[in-house]
Every structure is written in structure tokens, then in C-alpha cells.
Design a binder for this molecule. Structure first.
Ligand code: FAD
Length: 502
């Protein structure tokens, strides 16, 4: 065992979260020394890989579960507005990076793809209409269009209309300014940029196996997965950006704030189509409503994906039950995460979510024909030979202590940080990669509060001329920032004329 280096920051995992935080920290303080440690042999090998997630640039434009309906019929758009402005914050960072010249082109990771919401049945149509009325008055959604007209729907969704009963009540909304993001390409572009900066290293095939307190910081044990050799690195600050595996690492740290958290892993599968004749007839991300009783991560969508210059279609996700925390993880991940402090919340969640477990198991047991049936709700004329099943990334949903129920299951993300600000971990999955930059800014403000207020403040203002709160309320500023971002990221709105892909 070698005893050697000391750095300012160790980041565990080379996914979108660590890559973003590492680059951001180096922009704020170029003198920082840092090391990214990744157990796989490349960046973005888990959830950030483009085929492990849906690549939706979540901006609240199409996700129906972001706008719940109250008993009185009113629609709450707060969450959609917040996620929309968080996405504008992400775009500000990516714009800043692309303007630097050495970072590379945004075309490799972000593409304009319209975002549509699609509903069936009288109840679905009246929900979507009410939602449209509530949303399009807000400046973030002023470009949203609504229609129940079949001819118009055939222009918006040429693949999805043939073969439908003529009297089927359906409706859709459309926002032309949606995006598809290749988070894998973005991650690798950030990591490549990082390795060109002084005193920043990205080390692959290295697993973090231990975290112990050392003075004001941490001693991090790093094992080479090929040779088995372990080295110790001392760090003033540690970020656990290990995706699904962040929970066991957080537990390993022993910090008080880790107590009581558990993980509920959910696997996923997609149907993928690369047939160019089919692909060219669908140029959109079309989100619908989840089946009654199913969890939010199972909201079905039919998506255009732009990955490495090729366009495909992805449908799903089909959720499933697993005990692994990473796609390349171990079936022992879940049992080994049980602790005295989280067994109560975990048992409470198991007791209160039997329906969810049954649902996930039933999803795993589905035949290809049953999966195609779900696809045909969207694309009635889908042929089996055009589609193949692929395994998506893992999501580890958060289990938390709850004073009334004992434990609750949470579907969002949660940043957990130690009281002294020397360690932070990101738990959970959704809306995930799209809002990485906002999450990392939150981390910086929590763990480096003095620097964020003082020596880093000018740079933060330069990179982020407008943050979420002001973008939510200032329509003029929003329009200015949105159009500047779209220009820097070369997000030229694709034509609403549909002949090009009909
Ligand atoms: C099915 C699915 C669909 C999704 N769809 C979308 C979407 O449409 N839009 C969106 O914005 N987000 C989406 N997400 C969420 C998004 O993919 C994630 O939020 C994001 O990729 C998480 O990034 P990360 O860096 O935290 O984790 P990851 O990308 O999983 O990276 C973690 C890394 O840590 C490494 N690691 C783990 N343990 C160790 C260790 N001990 N030592 C060293 N390295 C370690 C892993 O190998 C991995 O490379 C989706 C996720 C899933 C699963």
C-alpha cells in the first residue's frame, strides 16, 4: 500500500455530476488540485451513458407528472416552472463552456427536438386542456401549442396517428424548443477539458473502497481494479458522485447526516428502433401519462434520440425490480446497505409499497408481445421486427426516515452534505442529469459558503448571469437568457413544417 498524495478535492465517479462539479470548481479556482476516481475504464459508463437514460433535456415542457391536478381541477405548475429554470441554468454553464473555444462544439451533445405531451380518453383530454391553460400564460411556456384536431396531430406526430380509431378522444401539446441531450458525450467532453487543466486528474479502473476522517478532511482508499494495489489520498473535500453507489459510500463515511437513508433500486428497459424508415417519421419526444397505480419513473414516452450523429427511437421505460445499485453492480448491493439506522425506514417502505414491488415484478415478467402492446398505444402500427429490447440504467430511489410513517420513498434527488462541509453525496435519480448544474451550485453554496459569497462570487455571476428564482418571475430577463443560450448552443429551432419528416 502506498501512502502518498494530498489533493484539495476527490470526486468519486466519472458521471455527469462529478464531471460538472470538477470543471465548475476549476473555473472558480484554477489553483485547486483535484482527482476524479472512476471504477470503469471510461467516463459516463453508468446512468450518464446515452443509452442508459432517455436523454430528455427536462425543462417541464412535456412531463405530465410535473404538473399535478388538485381535487378542484386546478393544475399546479410550480415544479414544471422550477425545472424549466434549472435547465436554463444548465444551459448557461454549457454556453459559457462552448464560448471558451477549447471545449468543443455543443452539437455533439445537445440537439433540438420538439417536446410533446399526448393524452387519450375524455379525462386525459380535459386534464391536458386545463394544464395548457395554466401553463401557456407563464413566460417559460408561452410557446406551447395545444390541439385536439386530428389533422394537426398527424402533422405533429406522423408516426403515431395511422391505425387509430377515428372516434378516439386524443389531444397533445407541443413546444418546438425542446432538446435531446447526449449526457455521455457531454460528460466525456467535460472530462477531456478537465484533464487539460493543471493539477486535475481523471483516473479510470480505480475503485474507492474506504473513507476515513483525517484532520479537517478525509483519507480516501483507492484500489486499482486490475492490480489490486491500494493507495491513500488525503482530500479536504470529497464528493460522492457515484450514482446508485453513492449510498454505500455515504454510509462508509459514517457522517451523522447519512443515518436513516436507504435505497430502493429500480431497473429499466427500453425498446429501441434504428430502422431509418420508421425513425424519420417521428421527430419528437412524446410523453404521456403513467398507467393508474404505476410509479412516476414509468411514465411512457416515445423519443427521438440523437447519439453520435445517428438518430434512433426509444420507447419506455419498462421498470423492473433488482437488488443492484449500478448496472454493473452486485446483487448484494441492497442487502449490504441495510444498517441499524435504516432498517426501520426500509421495512416501513416495504410494508407501504407492496403494490409498487408487485408492479415492478410484473413489469419484469412481461413478454415482448406485452411490451409491444404498450408501444402500440403510441404507435399503433409498430412492427416487432423494428424493435429490440435494451437494458437501461439503474435508479436508486431514496428511502428516508419519516416521523409518522417510519419511512418514505422519495422519487427526486437529494444532496446530502456533512455539517462541516467536507463531504457531499448525491442520492436519487430524477430529474437528474438535466439539472446537474443547479444541484452542483447548491453544493458549492452549502459546502463552500464563504468562497461562494466572496472570492468566487464574481466568476459565478459571470457564468450565471441569471439564476432560477429570478428566471421564474422576470419574463424579459428569461427571454434574453433563453435566446442567448439557444444561440450559443446552436439550438436553431427545427422547422414546424412537418413535410421534412412526414
Ligand atoms: C432509465 C433512466 C432514464 C433517465 N432519463 C433521464 C432523462 O431523460 N433526462 C435526464 O436529465 N436524466 C435522466 N436520467 C437520470 C440521469 O441519467 C442521472 O441523474 C445521471 O446520469 C446521474 O449521473 P451521476 O454522475 O450521478 O451518476 P452515474 O452516471 O451513474 O455515474 C456514477 C459513476 O460512479 C462510478 N462509481 C460507482 N461507485 C464507485 C466507486 N466506489 N469508486 C469509483 N467509481 C465509482 C460508476 O462506475 C459510474 O461511472 C435517467 C436515469 C435512468 C436510470
Amino acid at each position: 500500500m502506498a501512502h502518498n498524495e494530498a489533493v484539495d478535492v476527490v470526486l468519486v465517479g466519472a458521471g455527469i455530476m462529478s464531471a460538472t462539479l470538477a470543471v465548475l470548481l476549476k473555473e472558480l479556482d484554477p489553483s485547486l488540485t483535484l482527482e476524479v476516481v472512476e471504477l470503469m475504464d471510461s467516463g459516463a459508463a453508468e446512468s450518464s451513458n446515452p443509452w442508459n437514460n432517455a436523454g430528455t433535456g427536462h425543462a417541464g415542457l412535456c412531463e405530465l407528472n410535473y404538473t399535478p391536478q388538485a381535487a378542484d381541477g386546478s393544475i399546479d405548475i410550480k415544479k414544471a416552472v422550477h425545472i424549466n429554470t434549472q435547465f436554463e441554468v444548465s444551459k448557461q454553464f454549457w454556453s459559457y463552456m462552448t464560448r471558451r473555444g477549447t471545449f468543443g462544439s455543443s452539437k455533439s451533445f445537445i440537439s433540438p427536438v420538439p417536446h410533446l405531451s399526448f393524452v387519450q380518453g375524455e379525462e386525459g383530454v380535459s386534464f391536458l386542456k386545463a394544464r395548457f391553460e395554466a401553463m401557456h400564460k407563464h413566460h417559460a411556456f408561452s410557446a406551447m401549442e395545444y390541439t385536439e384536431d386530428k389533422a394537426r396531430l398527424a402533422e405533429w406526430m406522423p408516426l403515431m396517428m395511422p391505425g387509430r380509431p377515428a372516434d378516439e378522444p386524443i389531444a397533445a401539446t407541443r413546444v418546438m424548443k425542446g432538446t435531446d441531450v447526449n449526457f455521455g458525450a457531454l460528460t466525456n467532453q467535460l472530462l477531456k477539458h478537465l484533464s487539460t487543466t493543471p493539477d486535475a486528474q481523471v483516473k479510470y479502473c480505480k475503485r474507492v473502497t474506504g473513507l476515513t476522517r483525517k484532520g479537517q478532511g478525509w483519507s480516501v482508499s483507492i484500489k486499482d481494479v486490475n492490480s489490486g494495489n491500494t493507495r491513500e489520498v488525503e482530500a479536504k473535500f470529497v464528493f460522492l458522485g457515484a450514482g446508485g453507489a453513492a449510498l454505500p459510500l455515504l454510509q462508509m463515511s459514517g457522517v451523522e447526516e447519512s443515518k436513516g437513508f436507504g435505497g430502493f433500486p429500480v431497473s429499466g428497459q427500453w425498446l429501441r428502433c434504428d430502422n431509418p424508415e420508421v425513425v424519420k417519421r417521428h421527430q419528437a419526444k412524446v410523453y404521456s401519462q403513467a398507467a393508474v397505480g404505476s410509479p412516476p419513473m414509468s411514465v411512457p414516452h416515445l423519443d427521438t434520440r440523437v447519439v453520435d450523429g445517428n438518430t434512433s427511437l426509444l420507447f419506455g421505460p419498462y421498470a423492473g425490480f433488482t437488488t443492484k445499485f449500478l448496472k454493473h453492480g452486485s446483487f448484494m448491493d441492497l442487502p449490504l446497505s441495510v444498517r441499524a439506522a435504516n432498517i426501520g425506514p426500509m421495512l416501513a417502505v416495504a410494508r407501504d409499497n407492496m403494490d409498487l414491488t408487485k408492479y415492478l415484478v410484473s413489469e419484469v415478467m412481461q413478454s415482448m408481445e406485452q411490451r409491444l402492446e404498450s408501444l402500440r398505444r403510441f404507435y399503433p402500427e409498430a412492427k416487432a421486427e423494428d424493435w429490440r429490447l435494451e437494458v437501461a440504467g439503474q435508479r436508486v430511489q431514496i428511502i428516508k426516515k419519516d416521523s409518522k410513517k417510519g419511512g418514505v420513498l422519495q422519487f427526486g434527488t437529494e444532496l446530502v452534505s456533512s455539517k462541516d462541509g467536507s463531504l457531499a453525496a448525491l442520492l436519487g435519480a430524477s430529474p437528474g442529469a438535466s439539472v446537474t448544474v443547479s444541484i452542483m451550485l447548491d453544493l458549492i453554496e452549502r459546502c463552500f459558503p464563504d468562497k461562494a459569497r466572496n472570492e468566487w462570487a464574481a466568476k459565478l455571476n459571470e457564468i450565471f448571469p441569471a439564476r432560477e428564482k429570478v428566471l421564474e418571475t422576470d419574463a424579459e430577463l428569461y427571454a434574453h437568457i433563453n435566446s442567448a443560450n439557444n444561440e450559443s448552443l446552436e439550438l436553431v429551432e427545427i422547422s414546424s413544417e412537418t413535410e421534412s419528416f412526414a
